[in-house]
Ligand binder design. Structure first.
Ligand code: GTP
Length: 155
C-alpha cells in the first residue's frame, strides 16, 4: 500500500490488491488506451484527466467505468481490467475509487460529452503534469505515477 498527499494536501491511500477499502466503491477512474495512445477527456472545469465518475444505483463499478468512458470520450471499451483502489480522506468526505485499465475498440463522435469537452489522445503523458494548469488535480498525485508503473509492468 502507498500513502501520500494529493494536490489539495488530502491524504491518499492506494493499493493494487482487490478492493481493500470497499467492496462497493462509489467512484471509478479509467486509464484508457486507444491505438497505442492514452485517451483522456477534457473536463470543463478540472482540465485534462482520464475519464471516470460516480457509480449509479443498480450498476456495478465496472459497468460504471464502461459507461463513464463512453459518456466522456465516446469510446467503446474492448477489454477492461481492475487494477487497484484508492481512498482519499477529504476535508468533508472520503472518496473510494476503483481504478481500471481499458483498451478501446472504437472512438465514436457524440453530440455531448457531458461535463467534458470530449476525447483527447496523447502519444505520451507529459513529464510536467504537476505544474500544468491544463491538467486536472486528479492527475497530479501518486495515483497516476504508481498506476503507470503498474501498467508498464503487467500489461
Ligand atoms: P459532486 O457531488 O458531483 O458535486 O462531486 P463533489 O465535488 O462533491 O466531488 P466528489 O464527491 O467526487 O469528491 C469529493 C472530494 O474528494 C473532491 O473535492 C476532491 O477533493 C476529492 N476527490 C475526488 N476524486 C478524487 C481523486 O480522484 N483524487 C483525489 N486526490 N481526490 C479526489
Amino acid at each position: 500500500m502507498y500513502t501520500f498527499k494529493d494536490y489539495y494536501n488530502n491524504e491518499v491511500k492506494l493499493s493494487f490488491k482487490h478492493q481493500p477499502f470497499s467492496k462497493k466503491p462509489l467512484h471509478v477512474w479509467v486509464i484508457c488506451k486507444y491505438q497505442q495512445k492514452w485517451l483522456l477527456t477534457k473536463h470543463k472545469e478540472r482540465g485534462l484527466e482520464f475519464p471516470g465518475g460516480k457509480v449509479e444505483k443498480g450498476e456495478t463499478a465496472k459497468q460504471a467505468a464502461i459507461r463513464e468512458v463512453k459518456e466522456e470520450t465516446g469510446a467503446v471499451v474492448d477489454k477492461i481490467y481492475y487494477i487497484g483502489q484508492y481512498f482519499v480522506s477529504g476535508k468533508t468526505e472520503n472518496v473510494i475509487k476503483n481504478i481500471y485499465f481499458a483498451s478501446i475498440q472504437a472512438l465514436k463522435y457524440q453530440n455531448t460529452y457531458y461535463e467534458t469537452e470530449g476525447p483527447v489522445l496523447l502519444a505520451e503523458l507529459p513529464a510536467n503534469i504537476k505544474y500544468r494548469n491544463d491538467y486536472s488535480f486528479m492527475m497530479k498525485d501518486g495515483v497516476l505515477e504508481h498506476c503507470m508503473t503498474y501498467i508498464e509492468k503487467y500489461f
